[in-house]
Design a protein around this ligand. Structure first.
Ligand code: SF4
Length: 406
């Protein structure tokens, strides 16, 4: 979401006649677009602001803006005063940046109506912002507000414009994309409509309580949808899921995965898992390991719990010690990677049409993605956005290594 927001801001700034420069020293204006998910985010922003203040005092830098989730949080007022920031914006009023950089005032009332990337081979399209859940550990509902769904007409017209401009890969974006709805239509209806217009489609992030079986089946059935599901589970223990206010039980999650595996047998599945949330016992941790084993994830983002001010979990008892959290973190990671490695090795010898996401680096190695959602490293000079037919030669726990077939 932040990458997408940064991209919009970049376009606004370019429209205003500015050029992008790689170093603070060369800039007239600096816009810090921030994330607030991890505790040390504010410390890092302070570090940047300190450096920018020095440049401003020396007269080299004219203006500094702070945007994104930290801009929407309470700390932003302290930061504004301490560092003399010229403009502080949250996540809902980025359009105000236009005036700051000398463009006519924009009328948009909320972020989703702002246009996304145009003409790139791959683009994000925001379909909703905010979140109606209240997960114990998460700051998102506080800084991004309640869910606002963008209209289907607006989404589809953006997709059409992108595809006409040469975009070959559209990713539908939102905190809980599968919660999208409008006038009786649900996310699956939108996904199907987009999959008829764009040559390649994916979406993230989903919530298990909103995920409908028909969406999972559509992933398998629709040719243009990448067969990759990211469905955060967070814990395998019902007790922890309740403490976290996730709104589902592990069994429901398992059932969803069964439907997905049946609908898209070769597809990939990833998740988010938090270890060491306050109150987590050894038994809860075992339940998570069991779920990891049962679901056979292809990858997972495993996080050690870190308390965020302004969230419920920052103030509840049952704190798990760092040592225990670290041990659990390693155990979950090992379990995920063991499964992933096994599944990836089973792909050796397969011939795949690989979508090139990033062109070759200095060593000539490009990064791509199969239709099943596997990340692939391959030696090719093909440009981003093109497809290369390749045979998988070897595999690691995180990526496949493939050779183009001539
Ligand atoms: S559903 Fe996701 S974004 Fe919403 S509160 Fe929970 S973790 Fe945060």
């Amino acid at each position: 979401m932040n990458v997408h927001d940064s991209d919009r801001m970049r376009r606004m700034i370019l429209d205003a006649g500015y050029a992008e420069v790689p170093r603070y020293e060369d800039a007239d204006i600096v816009i810090l677009n921030t994330c607030y998910v991890r505790e040390n985010a504010v410390d890092r922003v302070r570090g940047h602001l300190g450096e920018l203040t020095r440049l401003k005092r020396s007269g080299r830098l004219k203006k500094v803006a702070l945007t994104g989730c930290i801009g929407a949080a309470e700390e932003s007022e302290t930061l504004r005063r301490q560092f003399g920031i010229d403009l502080v914006l949250g996540t809902h009023n980025t359009y105000e940046l236009a005036e700051f950089v000398g463009l006519p005032t924009m009328e948009e009332t909320y972020t989703p109506e702002l246009p996304g990337t145009e003409g790139g081979h791959s683009a994000f399209v925001t379909i909703m912002t905010g979140c109606n859940y209240r997960c114990s550990y998460c700051i998102v509902p506080t800084v991004r507000g309640r869910m606002v769904c963008r209209s289907k007409e607006s989404i589809l017209s953006e997709v059409d414009r992108l595809v006409e401009g040469g975009t070959g890969y559209v990713t539908l974006l939102g905190q809980t994309v599968d919660a999208w709805r409008q006038d009786g239509e649900r996310f699956c209806d939108l996904l199907e409509a987009v999959s008829e217009r764009a040559p390649r489609v994916w979406f993230t992030t989903s919530h298990p309580s909103n995920m409908e079986d028909r969406t999972l089946r559509a992933i398998g059935e629709r040719e243009t949808i990448v067969k990759r599901l990211h469905l955060p589970v967070q814990s395998g223990s019902d007790r922890m899921l309740k403490i976290m206010h996730r709104g589902y039980k592990a069994e429901r999650y398992r059932r969803k995965i069964e439907v997905f595996r049946e609908a898209a047998p070769g597809g990939t599945l990833s998740t988010d898992i938090i270890v060491g949330h306050p109150g987590e016992t050894e038994e809860d941790h075992e339940a998570t390991l069991k779920l990891v084993e049962d679901c056979q994830f292809d990858s997972a983002y495993v996080f050690k719990f870190s308390p965020r001010d302004g969230t419920e979990a920052a103030n509840i008892g049952g704190v798990v010690s760092q040592e225990v959290a670290q041990k659990r973190f390693v155990e979950v990671l090992r379990a995920v990677e063991g499964n992933a490695f096994r599944r990836n090795r089973a792909k050796i010898g397969a011939v795949e049409d690989v979508y090139v996401r990033h062109g070759a680096n200095e060593e000539g190695r490009a990064i791509g993605e199969t239709w099943s959602g596997h990340a692939v490293h391959l030696k090719t000079g093909a440009v981003p956005g093109s497809y290369v037919r390749a045979r998988v030669g070897s595999a690691g726990p995180h990526v496949l290594y493939a050779e183009p077939i001539r």
